[in-house]
Design a protein around this ligand. Structure first.
Ligand code: 6PG
Length: 477
């Protein structure tokens, strides 16, 4: 046995992660793929990596020093289960199997429990940064046992991205915690992308600027508080010209957004946990709306305003920038609420500030801004909402006039801005003195005797709606 780590599954993410591992001092990497062609090709393409190729899973196990560490990089779902079964059959107690795919965290919890019974450690590890991150340094979100992280930590640290001198990896929590946090990362990614897309669309409608001109706006924004990978690549995409037509690429790309499911998982999970992640939900739904061509075609003749033009383009662009920042704060605040609720529900000790810190580099949502989240949780570990941390509260307060103007412009002009609008509605809901939820409680009590509480005294009450409409206390006190 010559290899200290192995990678199973050699599609782009797996190949790149294997190359990343091989490029770090002291590592010898065993590789295995179901179809042998991929393994041979990778060895041939990268002789410098010194890979130890295996043609069977038994050979793969034999090539690994004990205790073995293998990272699985295959499709989430059944393919992952199949590879785990294969490895469990040839591995021994004390070995570690890491799943680096985008697994559903509930699957990871189930797999961890099942694999642990064999004495083998199973670690679900969120990996963000796509192909380039996998190769040069991703953000890594490992779950699994504390003990497994003692072995795994140094290895993961060696391949992780580095942000401000710190590696973008931390032991997130036990069993499925890593994949849970990766899932929320993706939910935030969806929200961030949708907000940026709305900002672009509003500027285009309101000012008539071209995609290339708007690219310059984003490039400029990338030098300020919005500085992030997603803003940076937005400028690149908007600048791109289609070689066939000479049109901006964004104008020839079909406007139907795809999704592989992690955004929807975040929303489904948040619904189960009772956490409002409205910004993320709007982003997921916006992709769904875009991908219903028949309904969109049928609805095209419905009446409504056809856009809007602003008097002062410069001022409007600044309003949009501020709205984007405020809405982004809402999305992150809601995402962290989901992490807090997940941690509570599943018994994970997740250090929120550390999560923000490991997202500063390597991952898709990497941004300077995340340092502010780390600071907010450091200042007040018991913070009930990121939105109320002094820095964020001030940022949103400064932005809110702009935010309202932009949502009004969008609404009046008939330009959809679901994530901008719903984030503002969430902000106003949270800060409202009274919510019409009181009326909803009245309605529930009316038709179903679902009872209500009162503002002036404790207890549970019901109004005898179908009788004399007097009130009774029903909690037996
Ligand atoms: C990452 C990304 C990645 C995700 C893609 C595509 O962190 O590297 O989140 O894991 O698969 O972003 O996601 P959708 O196809 O659902 O947009």
């Amino acid at each position: 046995a010559t290899a200290n780590v192995g990678v199973v599954g050699l599609a782009v993410m797996g190949s790149n992660l294997a190359r990343n591992l091989a490029s770090r001092d002291g590592n010898t990497v065993a590789i295995y793929n179901r179809s042998r062609g991929r393994t041979d090709a990778l060895v041939a393409e990268h002789p410098e990596a010194g890979f130890v190729p295996a043609t069977t899973v038994a050979e793969f196990a034999a090539s690994l020093q004990r205790p073995r560490t293998a990272i699985i990089m295959v499709k989430a779902g059944a393919p992952t289960d199949a590879v785990i079964d294969e490895l469990v059959a040839v591995f021994e107690p004390g070995d570690i199997i890491v799943d680096g795919g985008n697994a559903q965290f509930a699957d990871t919890i189930r797999r961890e429990r099942a694999v642990r019974e064999t004495g083998i450690d199973f670690v679900g590890c969120g990996i963000s940064g796509s192909e380039e991150g996998a190769l040069n340094g991703p953000s890594l979100m490992p779950g699994g046992s504390v003990q497994s992280y003692e072995t795994l930590g140094p290895l993961l640290t060696s391949i992780a991205a580095v942000a401000e001198g710190e590696p973008c990896v931390t032991h997130v929590g036990t069993d499925g915690a890593g994949h849970f946090v990766k899932m929320v990362h993706n939910g935030i990614e969806y929200a961030d992308m949708q907000l940026i897309a709305e900002a672009y669309d509003l500027i285009r409608h309101g000012t008539g600027r071209t995609p290339a001109e708007i690219a310059e706006v984003f490039a400029e924004w990338n030098r300020g508080e919005l500085e992030s990978y997603l803003i940076e690549i937005t400028a690149e995409v908007l600048r791109q010209v289609d070689t066939d037509t000479g049109l901006p690429l964004v104008d020839v790309v079909l406007d139907r957004a795809g999704a592989k499911g992690t955004g929807a998982w975040t929303v489904q999970t948040a619904l189960d946990l009772g956490v409002p992640v409205s910004g993320i939900a709007e982003a997921v739904f916006a992709r769904s709306v875009s991908s219903r061509p028949e309904q969109r075609a049928a609805a095209r003749t419905l009446p409504g305003p056809d856009g809007f033009t602003v008097d002062d383009p410069e001022a409007f662009v600044e309003d949009v920038r501020r709205s984007l920042y405020a809405s982004k704060i809402i999305a992150y605040s809601q995402g962290f609420d989901a992490i807090v609720a997940g941690a509570e529900h599943y018994g994970w000790d997740i250090r929120k500030g550390d999560i923000a810190a490991i997202w500063r580099g390597g991952c898709i949502i990497r941004a300077q801004f995340l340092g502010r989240i780390t600071e907010a949780y450091a200042d007040d570990p018991a913070l009930v909402s990121l939105l109320t941390a002094p820095y964020f509260a001030t940022a949103v307060a400064d932005a809110q006039d702009s935010w309202r103007r932009v949502v009004v412009a969008a609404t009046t002009g008939g330009v959809p801005a679901p994530a901008f609008s719903s984030s503002l509605a969430y902000y106003d809901s949270l800060r409202a003195e009274r919510l019409p939820a009181a009326l909803v409680q009245g309605q529930r009590d009316f038709f179903g005797a679902h009872t209500y509480g009162r503002i002036d005294r404790p207890g549970t009450f019901h109004t005898r709606w179908s009788g004399d409409r007097s009130e009774e206390r029903v909690d037996g006190a």
